[in-house]
Design a protein around this ligand. Structure first.
Ligand SMILES: Cc1cc2nc3c(=O)[nH]c(=O)nc-3n(C[C@H](O)[C@H](O)[C@H](O)COP(=O)(O)OP(=O)(O)OC[C@H]3O[C@@H](n4cnc5c(N)ncnc54)[C@H](O)[C@@H]3O)c2cc1C
Length: 439
């Protein structure tokens, strides 16, 4: 039997076992999984991929059960509060992560011994897709940082001690994580970060600062990238688990942003922060490499999240333009409008196919850096096109800040910048195409 089939079977088995041992949302629905077609009448007719495992390229019945359980949780625990949290510029990460963690959604592909479900990455993609049904971009991003951006390197290379101390409570939703890579002077060029961690006895002393830290004002620990030697920039960095309550960690400010309002973004300073040597993730000097690997999951996750939101925005736009009349007929019936929406839906389908292709290869153990970078690049560009075109069809209503389409316009702009800008993705793709001039 191929390794993937075995892994999937193993995953399915674990999911079923856990289904009977943990309750809350996911498992209530796993016990008596309804056929998803039962829901058909309550859902809009979409051109999304098949909603049953029998016809799906990647997902099994368990993926759909996981998605359905998460959808219930989103509808009950998150979406009713989104407007308030967007207005407040922050959401209660500890409360929401505890709910998600207790239900198993913060570590679907993480090891069972540290609280995860031990499944392959396609389940994380399924979770990310479903999180796209949250009525804003900020909360899914914050959840993604916890589950797929600050923790993959720890899960893969961290010591048992670090995993018990930081991974397990993050998966269970008891600790909030953040990722400290970008700095005031270094974002796209990660190798040029300046934050230093100097070894003194059995501790490192950290000085410097991090910028754009998602979850930063609420986090209990940071996955921190810092220079630990003066060697070549790709070999002189290490990743640390840095508790945010250590003396010398200062949250300088919460940054005001054009979008992602419910997600808090911090600037953080480190002033002689003493971190035990045992808090280094994996090998000293390997931080840059670990972070680059960590980025692959971040990028696939972001695309998965985005395709659902794009589907939803197209559907919302169809609904609105069908009932809004101009020149005696619905806006939708003007050919420029329905043709444009058809074109955009086609682009979303292409992006989804690329996502599933990359995911299928990734779970078989392949390097998907090129495909993940292509998907991230296309995701960012398509988000900009789609949000602009759809907003246009809403007319003045699209310009009001409470509309889903204008929120998407604001939030999705980040996709071409965060986690590696479009140009960084192009640089990676070119390296794989061997078209970059040699020095
Ligand atoms: C809301 C938000 C949340 C974030 N969350 C986090 C987080 O949790 N943790 C974290 O570490 N970081 C986070 N980031 C930082 C994010 O990853 C960076 O903003 C991103 O990597 C770009 O870095 P920069 O902003 O410093 O832009 P710069 O590096 O200054 O780049 C500016 C622009 O230059 C262009 N450019 C880049 N490379 C090239 C090139 N090779 N050729 C030509 N042009 C190029 C791009 O258009 C880019 O946008 C977040 C950012 C935002 C806005």
């Amino acid at each position: 039997m191929p390794a993937t089939d075995m892994a999937l079977r193993e995953g399915t088995y674990r999911l079923k076992l856990l289904a009977s041992s943990r309750n809350v949302y996911k498992f209530a629905s796993f016990v008596g999984v309804r056929s998803l077609t039962e829901n058909a009448s309550s859902k809009p007719v979409t051109s999304s991929p098949p909603e049953t495992a029998a016809d799906h390229l990647l997902y099994t019945r368990e993926h759909f059960a996981l998605k359905e359980a998460l959808r219930k949780l989103i509808d009950q625990e998150i979406n009713p509060h989104v407007e308030k949290w967007e207005a407040e510029g922050i959401f209660p990460a500890h409360k929401i992560f505890k709910i998600l963690g207790s239900a198993g959604f913060l570590g679907v592909n993480k090891p069972v011994e540290y609280g995860g479900l031990g499944l392959d990455y396609s389940y994380s993609v399924a979770v990310a897709e479903e999180l796209g049904n949250i009525n804003c971009g900020g909360i899914p991003m914050a959840i993604g940082v916890q589950s797929d951006m600050a923790t993959p390197a720890l899960a893969r290379f961290g010591s048992d001690y670090l995993k018990k101390e930081f991974l397990l409570p993050s998966i269970m939703g008891d600790k909030v994580a953040c990722l400290g890579v970008s700095e005031v002077g270094a974002g796209s060029d990660v190798s040029s970060i300046l934050t230093k961690a100097v070894k003194k006895g059995d501790e490192y002393v950290v000085n410097g600062g991090k910028m754009w830290t998602t979850n930063g004002t609420q986090a209990d620990w940071m996955c921190l990238l810092a220079n630990t030697s003066d060697g070549p920039p790709h070999r002189n960095k290490s990743l640390f688990c840095l508790p945010m309550n250590l003396p010398g960690v200062h949250i300088a400010r919460k940054i005001d942003k054009m979008g992602m309002w419910s997600s808090d973004t911090a600037e953080v300073f480190f002033d002689d922060v003493r971190v035990p040597c045992e808090n280094v993730i994996g090998q000293e000097g390997m931080g840059f490499t670990y972070q680059m690997l960590q980025f692959q999951e971040e990028r696939l996750w972001a695309v998965a999240n985005m395709v659902t939101t794009m589907d939803n925005i197209i559907q919302e736009t169809i609904k609105y333009t069908r009932q809004r009349k101009i020149f005696k007929q619905p806006v939708l019936y003007h050919q420029t409008v329905h043709f444009r929406l058809a074109e955009l839906q086609t682009e979303v389908e292409l992006l989804r196919s690329l996502l599933y292709h990359a995911t299928a290869l990734y779970i078989k153990g392949n390097d998907v850096t090129k495909l993940a970078s292509m998907a991230k690049l296309k995701g960012g560009r398509l988000a900009r096109e789609l949000s602009d075109s759809c907003l246009q069809f809403w007319g003045g209503m699209g310009f009001t800040s409470a509309m889903p389409v204008s929120r998407f316009y604001r939030d999705s702009r980040l996709m071409s910048i965060g986690g590696g800008a479009d140009e960084v993705m192009l640089g990676i793709i070119c390296k794989y195409m061997d078209t970059v001039p040699r020095k």
